[in-house]
Unconditional design. Structure first.
Length: 403
């Protein structure tokens, strides 16, 4: 380890200084990625209050980290020509994020629609009032010297700036306490999908770190008010907590969506594979098959395979013997197979007989294909059970001895 690296490892302040821009741009990237993942669903279901709440929260969270970066703070101050105007702007974004967090959890947890709507209106009105108060206090404060990193503690004793700083921190703390309580209560008591539970756990951890951020900031500001200097809590401890919190929140929003997507894809692939035995049998009848398309989605390939199977099965209707199906079903039950599996095996035996013999049957003995076409997956699985199929066919073919 070089002397410079050793010094950074031993001095947290220098370590934070060395990576300070990353502490803001990295979480902004994670939050933007989370928004990009959720955006198609948000646009498609824009009327859903939950989707809008998720989109608003992720957008605000990403904006907070973009505008809190020192380079952006300096740019906003220069463009507007007002020293430290970035402070109320960032505080407003953070306060709006707090309100969006409460709106999200309130909407997510549901409840009577009237009560939920009233709660959302109260939350919106309260945090809008806080934002207006922040700007009013900034207008009254004397904060002429630009501070890119330590404004909270530098102006902690300045009239009106002091109240502005304490107001945004208290609003953030209240939101963090309420959101944490709701999330962890939901995780403990709710019957949740595995991926949703994991996502809520990450969200809970992220919002818990936000409370640690608030504690560090309030302690540093309180120390200034008491005539002491604990600025390092605000400038060295709080930023990494905020950064890690944002990453956990982003993962919390991505995880349920990504997990559901992966689970749906896996189910689709398994369903496609389960149809393989029946698909091969129908290919032997038709002589064709579904043309392979490299860019087809798994869902589209599944639909095409199902359609092909049903299209080939329909012309086989006049060869499907319902009497053979009933004998095969009774044989499967006698061999100890459960009713559902016996039904699938009986249908598989009937289809095999139709394909092999092509013997037309009287209309009154035709098998009703409505249920058969609906249960092609179960029939295909039965076709793949060669030993069971052989035993059922043999028993169904054995003449019954009159009792």
């Amino acid at each position: 380890m070089t002397s410079a690296a050793a010094r950074l490892a031993l001095n947290p302040a220098e370590l934070v200084d060395a990576h300070y821009p990353t502490l803001w741009w990295l979480p902004a990237g994670f939050l933007t990625a989370a928004l990009a993942v959720r955006l198609p669903g948000i646009i498609r279901l824009w009327r859903d209050p939950l989707k809008r709440a998720v989109g608003g929260l992720l957008l605000l969270a990403s904006a907070v980290f973009v505008f809190v970066a020192p380079s952006t703070i300096g740019w906003v101050n220069r463009v507007t020509g007002v020293p430290n105007i970035s402070a109320p702007w960032v505080y407003s974004l953070l306060t709006a994020f707090c309100g969006a967090s409460l709106l999200l959890i309130t909407t997510w947890r549901g409840g009577p629609s009237g009560r939920s709507a009233r709660t959302r209106r109260r939350v919106s009105a309260s945090y809008a009032g806080v934002i207006l108060a922040l700007w009013a206090l900034f207008a009254l404060a004397e904060v002429p010297e630009e501070r890119l990193r330590d404004l909270d503690t530098y102006y902690a004793t300045t009239p009106y700036a002091r109240e502005m700083i304490l107001l945004y921190l208290l609003a953030h703390t209240v939101a963090g306490l309420v959101v944490n309580a709701l999330i962890w209560n939901w995780v403990r008591t709710g019957r949740l999908d595995t991926w949703l539970r994991a996502g809520l756990a990450f969200l809970g951890a992220g919002f818990a770190l936000q409370l640690a951020f608030d504690a560090a900031k309030l302690t540093a500001v309180g120390a200034r008010l008491a005539g002491r200097d604990l600025d390092w809590l605000s400038t060295t401890v709080a930023p990494p907590l905020a950064s890690l919190s944002a990453v956990l929140v982003a993962v919390g929003f991505i995880l349920p969506h990504a997990g559901q997507h992966l689970r749906d894809r896996r189910r689709t692939r398994l369903a496609h594979r389960a149809l393989r035995p029946l698909y091969r049998l129908m290919k032997s009848v038709d002589g064709g098959g579904v043309p392979f398309a490299l860019r087809s989605t798994p869902e589209l390939r599944l639909i095409r395979r199902e359609t092909f199977i049903r299209d080939v099965l329909l012309p086989l209707t006049r060869f499907l013997d319902d009497d053979l199906r009933q004998r095969s079903y009774a044989a499967a039950l006698a061999l100890g197979f459960p009713a559902d599996r016996a039904k699938a095996l009986a249908a598989a035996v009937t289809i095999l007989d139709a394909v092999e013999n092509r013997t037309p049957h009287p209309r009154e003995s035709h098998l009703d294909t409505t249920e058969l076409l609906r249960e092609i997956t179960a029939v295909s699985r039965a076709l793949g059970q060669e030993d069971a199929l052989r035993r059922v066919r043999a028993r169904a073919a054995t003449p019954r001895v009159p009792g």
